[in-house]
Write a protein that binds this ligand. Structure first.
Ligand code: AR6
Ligand code: MG
Length: 326
């Protein structure tokens, strides 16, 4: 793949997170019937609690990951945890497990020990999967390193095996999407089969969910069946596969995939953000509707800043690749 396309995909997965987060935020917690009855097919950014196009904790924490990887040229747990703490703005709407883990670290607990103390053994919320786009992009060509860094970055706040595996699975879906050419037809079944192979034995809950995805791809399920089989709540096992399905079943078009993810209801901002990350990694920024990009919040750490982070991440990646002996 040429470098320009790669750059567009790095930007696409990070802005895709922001777009999906912003589209989903105004309808967070609604069920699919309520969304349908009130908004039909949601294709326009609605006024959210912080304004049109604003983001939640998903995008705020993604920014922390990107800043940390750029600054450290790779993963540094203490630095990443510090950035989560410094960026933390309660108005963005954080999960309780994340708030608890970050406050333990702020009070002196080591970054790699706090996560286990949450929910007695670690959180399996989707909070470490929703923010993973920069890791999926940065390690798009190295599945082993991608898994290691996804696990470690997750363990800061989400130390439960299902939390860590969800983050690695979401990162792997992003990496695979980066490696594919969107002008060629996506082989949907093999995209999902490869992800099933990637999931570790300890994460077998995901293998079962991904098997459901393969079956759903073979029929034309209604939303009730999709939600019933895959889930749409704020746990990683009940939302990462839902995002993967939303992408794979609507891989022809960024807008269709993210609109569909949000239309399923439940944890709409996060399922939207995760679908946007995978779909943006596949189509690149050029696949994201301009009318959505135009209304994204664009203050100090808004749309343009996120794009500049993605470009820096890409630059560092290219420099490392150019230095490598092979
Ligand atoms: N035992 C029981 N329930 C659990 C466990 C566990 N070990 N781990 C997670 N849950 P949390 P997040 C359930 O609090 O992942 C924001 O809106 C529990 O019901 O760690 O950072 C974000 O945007 C818990 O409330 O938060 C996301 O949409 C839930 O999983 C969402 O919140 C979330 O885990 C999740 O953020
Ligand atoms: Mg959120």
């Amino acid at each position: 793949m040429n470098n320009d396309m790669l750059k567009d995909k790095f930007v696409g997965c990070m802005l895709g997170t922001h777009v999906g987060d912003a589209l989903g935020m105004p309808v967070e917690g609604y069920d699919y019937k309520t969304i349908e009855a009130n908004f039909g097919e949601l294709r326009q950014m609605l006024d959210a609690r912080l304004g049109v196009g604003t983001y939640t904790d998903d995008t705020e924490m993604m920014i922390g990951i990107a800043e940390s990887i750029i600054e450290c040229e790779g993963f540094d747990g203490a630095d990443m945890a510090d950035r989560f703490i410094n960026l933390y703005n309660p108005e963005r709407g954080y999960g309780q497990g994340t708030v608890n883990a970050l406050s333990l670290i702020k009070n002196g607990v080591e970054w790699n020990l706090a996560g286990e103390r949450v929910f007695g053994g670690g959180s399996y919320g989707n909070g470490s999967s929703m923010r993973i786009a920069p890791i999926g992009a940065f390690y798009y060509d190295d599945p082993n390193k991608l898994r290691e860094v996804a696990y470690d970055s997750s363990s800061i706040t989400h130390a439960h095996t299902f939390g860590k595996e969800g983050a690695a699975l979401q990162a792997s879906a992003i990496a695979k999407a980066i490696n594919l050419d969107p002008s060629e037809e996506l082989d949907k079944q093999s995209f999902v089969s490869d992800l099933i192979m990637f999931v570790s034995d300890e994460g077998k809950i995901y293998k079962a969910k991904m098997q459901h995805i393969k079956e759903l791809l073979g029929c034309m399920p209604d939303k009730a069946e999709v939600v019933n089989k895959l889930g749409h709540d704020s746990s990683a096992p009940n939302s990462v596969p839902t995002a993967i399905y939303s992408f794979v079943s609507h891989s022809h078009d960024f807008e269709d995939s993210v609109a569909y993810a949000v239309s399923l209801g439940g944890d709409t901002d996060t399922i939207g953000a995760m679908t946007g990350a995978i779909s943006g990694a596949y189509h690149g920024k050029r696949g994201i509707p301009e009318r959505w990009l135009d209304v994204l919040e664009n203050g100090e750490r808004g749309r343009d800043y996120i794009e500049s982070l993605a470009e820096k991440l890409w630059e560092i990646k290219i420099n490392i690749k150019n230095k490598s002996p092979l």
